[in-house]
Ligand binder design. Structure first.
Ligand code: SF4
Length: 436
């Protein structure tokens, strides 16, 4: 066991998406295993690491604000060292170094070993730091990041500029990590990547997502496996029987379509046109019983006409996604989208986003109402902080943090999976009682 390093007390602030959470978990795990104390309280720390997000304008601003707040602690004399890592740092390192002298050091994404070496003042000797993750999620679920980076060229997206080309991990190391997570009490695994459907294409020899999922599906002790970020253009038919016959992979697919007008899909460089998308989604629903689809949409991309938007709305009304997130377009420098004239006003973007949300509100409400009276498996996440007499959980069709919850009456163990009868439903939540 590593000896206690008494000089450092580190607080990690993890911003942005769950892929960043995994990076923070690797940093935290490495430091903890070297005997360095971690604290949840920034006021108790002498070192703060801000793991930033650089996705879109609002996320970048949030990262800058958080760095400035931490910098204030340093000015006040409480904090000795401020370190910045993650996507924003990877993308704007030069500029930030000039503009933020309060920051002691900037690291790029995946700089785990350098961050470790800097703080622990010794080299990181672990063969595979991914196995030393300290989970920052609830004990019973975890994210499995199967690859880093992205080889796609979606015109609105700067992620490849920050995270680089795709680098997939090999199947053996992912299965090993999944086993070690299960041994630590994880029952639900969220498979994540920038584009999970191109998993393994960069490996030599090439490997494929259906092969990885087949192996993960064999892991005893794992109850639910959930697939995220499936790019519709790269969705292989070989995935269908795996998803359909799986023991542990839940009938849930996160498949971001981004738009549904062929003009927009082409301008966004998304590969499939609207007919291709429609065929794929209808086919998935037909072949995989009980499948629920989650998607995300961008409105207000340059050149989006009223007609394009109407096409999108008709498509959403036809497909009736089970879960949906909608964003307004924001121009990202150095992307090919930034070369296009951003001709949709902010007011139009917000109106279109509201219209999508209103449509989805009705669709979700109707779908949830149809569940009343049914008995469903629910994983219990936690006690409801606002009501001591009920728990908060999720169905197999809901991912943590982003999808709806089920309020289950009574007191139940977090991490348990119970049968619950749905008694009432709102547009984005269900109410149930557990069957004893
Ligand atoms: S698939 Fe497209 S949107 Fe997703 S990370 Fe890659 S480039 Fe960005």
């Amino acid at each position: 066991m590593a000896s206690q390093n008494t000089n450092k007390k580190v607080h990690i602030i993890s911003l942005g998406c769950v892929k960043n959470t995994v990076d923070s978990e690797i940093i935290a795990g490495g430091l903890e295993s070297a005997g360095i104390e971690l604290t949840d309280d920034p006021n108790q720390a002498n070192t703060i690491i801000v793991n930033t997000c650089g996705f879109i304008g609002d996320a970048k601003q949030e990262s800058v604000d958080v760095i400035l707040e931490a910098a204030q602690l340093k000015k006040d004399g409480q904090l000795e060292e401020l370190l910045v890592a993650g996507c924003l740092s990877a993308r704007y390192k030069k500029q930030l170094t000039l503009e933020m002298p309060e920051v002691d050091k900037f690291f790029v994404t995946e700089d785990f070993r350098r961050i470790f070496k800097h703080i622990a003042a010794k080299p990181h000797l672990a063969d595979d730091p991914d196995h030393r993750r300290k989970l920052l999620t609830r004990r019973h679920y975890a994210y499995l990041k199967i690859s880093e980076g992205c080889d796609n060229v979606c015109s609105f997206c700067a992620i490849p500029l920050m995270r680089g080309k795709q680098r997939s991990r090999d199947i053996e190391s992912l299965v090993k990590e999944a086993h070690s997570l299960v041994a630590r009490g994880v029952r639900e695994l969220m498979v994540i990547a920038q584009d999970s459907t191109t998993y393994g294409w960069d490996l030599k020899p090439k490997r494929y997502l259906h092969e990885l999922l087949t192996e993960l599906d064999k892991i005893e002790g794992l109850d639910w496996i959930r697939l995220h970020y499936a790019h519709p253009s790269h969705f292989s038919r070989k995935l269908i029987p795996v998803l359909k016959n799986a023991k542990r992979i839940v009938p849930y697919l996160d498949i971001p379509v981004q738009h549904a007008s062929s003009n927009m899909l082409s301008a966004m460089k998304r590969g499939l046109d609207a007919d291709g998308l429609r065929r794929l989604l209808l086919n998935l629903r037909e072949e995989i019983p009980n499948l629920k689809l989650r998607t995300s949409i961008i409105v207000g991309f340059p050149g989006e006409t009223e007609e394009d938007f109407e096409t999108l709305m008709n498509f959403l009304d036809e497909i009736k996604f089970d879960r949906l997130g909608v964003f307004t377009y924001s121009e990202e420098e150095d992307t090919s989208g930034a070369l296009l004239k951003d001709d949709v006003t902010q007011g139009q973007k917000v109106d279109r986003m509201d219209a999508v949300m209103q449509l989805q509100h009705g669709i979700s409400f109707e779908k949830n109402q149809a569940l009343i009276g049914q008995s469903l498996d629910v994983i219990i996440d936690a006690k409801d902080p606002e009501n001591d007499d009920q728990m908060i959980g999720r169905t197999v069709w809901d991912a943590p943090e982003i999808d709806q919850v089920v309020y289950v009456s009574g007191s139940l163990d977090p991490g348990s999976i119970v049968k619950a009868v749905i008694e009432d439903a709102g547009p984005y939540e269900l109410y149930a009682s557990a069957k004893i």
